[in-house]
Design a binder for this molecule. Structure first.
Ligand code: AMP
Ligand code: ZN
Length: 124
């Protein structure tokens, strides 16, 4: 299947990984709306949120808290927005959750993706 996020999951396309386990992966958005814009993606290809089963919904919610805590602590921000697009606003048809630290507080990114990645990347 010609899916850009499946290619990221299987390593065909590089990504700046923030988190990975057997069910999900999280990486830096290539064109961030705000500093620390991260995408949380199930490894299995689900086209959109309506296809998600309860198990992956629960798992994504557990992991989203871990990643949100890391983003807020490392970037020293006190706000985060979660969003999931559907329909015409969903460009990549492999479901993903946007994590957007300080989206409402700040209007645009001020750092490069690499600068942010160096702050929030996993320590090991
Ligand atoms: P959406 O409109 O919810 O489908 O958003 C898709 C998101 O994927 C956008 O924020 C893009 O910047 C992001 N994106 C697209 N290609 C890549 C990529 N290769 N690596 C990281 N993020 C990407
Ligand atoms: Zn896919």
């Amino acid at each position: 299947m010609d899916c850009i996020f499946c290619k990221i999951v299987n390593g065909e396309i590089p990504s700046k990984k923030i988190y990975e386990d057997e069910k999900v992966i999280a990486f830096m958005d290539i064109n961030p709306s705000i500093d620390g814009h991260v995408l949380l993606v199930p490894k299995k290809h689900y086209t959109d949120y309506k296809e998600l089963d309860d198990e992956i919904i629960l798992h994504m919610n557990i992991i989203k808290k871990e990643i949100a805590d890391r983003l807020m602590e490392k970037l020293k921000v006190k706000a985060i927005t979660f969003s999931m697009n559907y329909g015409d606003s969903q460009i990549v048809k492999h479901v993903h959750l946007h994590l957007l630290p300080n989206l409402i507080i700040k209007s645009k990114p001020e750092m490069t993706v690499d600068e942010v990645y160096n702050i929030i990347k996993p320590e090991n």
